[in-house]
Design a protein around this ligand. Structure first.
Ligand SMILES: *Cc1c(COP(=O)(O)O)cnc(C)c1O
Length: 364
């Protein structure tokens, strides 16, 4: 990795001292630590939700959310074909069946029209109980539309916000949308404890189901006090870092768009009402060949560029139902690449270097 790209996880002194305090106070060795309850309370306040449960990963958060929503064996749960593949596995892990929906053309979030098509197909939609909607690569889902389809059909809406901590939509934290929301403190995420996650809801009934599932009586999927200790200092800087990432995204997108013979198309969130949080910046390439070339050149030069999630459109029909076309999901999986947020944390004087490195990776 070039030395002008910051390392991740961060090596800040306040993370060190938070850990030392956690050890010195004996908090590290407790089942029910103040440090964990203070973190949950802080997340409730910061993200303006009534209930927050910490847990061991974003994946566990999604699975617990499915259980809290009452998903039972043989029920169906809708998710985008282009999504974190672990969400498909979460649905299977509660013995329910995934139903694939398409994403939008220019945003890797569920296309409400595609979801509506599934809802209208009354011969086959009877078993659906929930929808998992993820906000990927800094794009906000169309919450108003998704929520109205779900409400009309009596489906629970699970908001997978694992990639977008700190994002706001019309001034409201992303975690407040949907019936229940998840976040991740995984090793690569914008706030990281190596592993960890949380579930949020404003619904008292879902919150008590969540508690019933998690408390047995010790916590089934706990976040440890040591993990909780490193999160606070990162939350303190989250808004500033998101701002920094957004500024670098704007510069990059502008450089890519103004390069006339460029084979790339930057895909940041274009919504005016969204203050995004970029865990990854998506870039569309003009062909699979260009994609492979950029990935290879990036690997050579140490730029943190990777593939988008694969599309699940080819999953076996024994494992899932595919009632609608999944063209946009396929396209994104085939032709989009993603730049990791470490590269979005560079200082201003390196913006041009980063833009040139990406542009030249796409040239012959
Ligand atoms: C990372 C991620 C998860 C899972 O989080 P972990 O903490 O790694 O288990 C779930 N959904 C999305 C969209 C993610 O990016």
């Amino acid at each position: 990795m070039p030395d002008w790209i910051p390392t991740w996880p961060p090596d800040w002194p306040e993370i060190n001292s938070a850990l030392l305090d956690c050890v010195a106070s004996g908090q590290w060795g407790r089942y029910h630590s103040d440090i964990c309850s203070e973190l949950a309370a802080r997340l409730q306040t910061d993200f303006d939700v009534a209930h927050c449960r910490l847990c061991c990963s974003g994946t566990a958060a999604v699975e617990i959310s499915l259980r809290a929503c009452g998903v039972k064996p043989d029920d169906e749960v809708v998710l985008a074909a282009m999504d974190y593949p672990g969400n498909f596995r979460c649905i299977e892990s509660v013995a329910a069946r995934p139903v694939l929906v398409d994403v939008q053309r220019d945003s890797p979030c569920i296309d409400p029209q595609s979801l509506r098509k599934i809802a209208l197909d009354s011969s086959s939609n009877k078993r659906i109980v929930a929808v998992i909607a993820s906000s990927l690569y800094g794009h906000a889902a169309d919450w108003d539309e998704l929520q109205s389809v779900c409400t009309e059909n009596g489906w629970k809406l699970i908001n997978d916000a694992c990639q977008v901590m700190g994002m706001t939509i019309d001034g409201k934290p992303v975690e407040t949308f949907g019936d229940i929301a998840t976040t991740s403190f995984g090793g690569s995420k914008v706030v990281s404890a190596g592993a960890g996650g949380a579930v949020f809801t404003n619904d008292d009934r879902l919150a008590s189901r969540l508690d019933a599932w998690v408390n047995r009586p010790s916590e089934t999927f706990p976040l440890s006090p040591l993990q909780a200790a490193v999160i606070g200092p990162q939350l303190d800087r989250l808004n500033k870092m998101n701002q920094n990432r957004r500024e670098n995204v704007a510069f990059l997108a502008n450089s890519i768009d103004s390069d006339a013979d460029c084979k790339l198309n930057a895909m940041p969130s274009k919504r005016d009402d969204v203050q995004s949080s970029y865990y990854k910046l998506a870039i569309e390439t003009c062909s699979v060949e260009t994609k492979n070339q950029v990935l290879a050149k990036a690997a050579e030069s140490g730029l943190p560029i990777g593939k988008a999630f694969r599309s699940m459109d080819r999953s076996s029909p024994r494992r899932c139902r595919k009632p609608v076309p999944l063209e946009n999901s396929k396209h994104i999986a085939e032709q989009w690449i993603v730049l990791d947020h470490r590269a979005l944390l560079i200082q201003k004087q390196h913006q041009q270097t980063l833009a040139s490195a990406i542009l030249s990776a796409a040239k012959l």
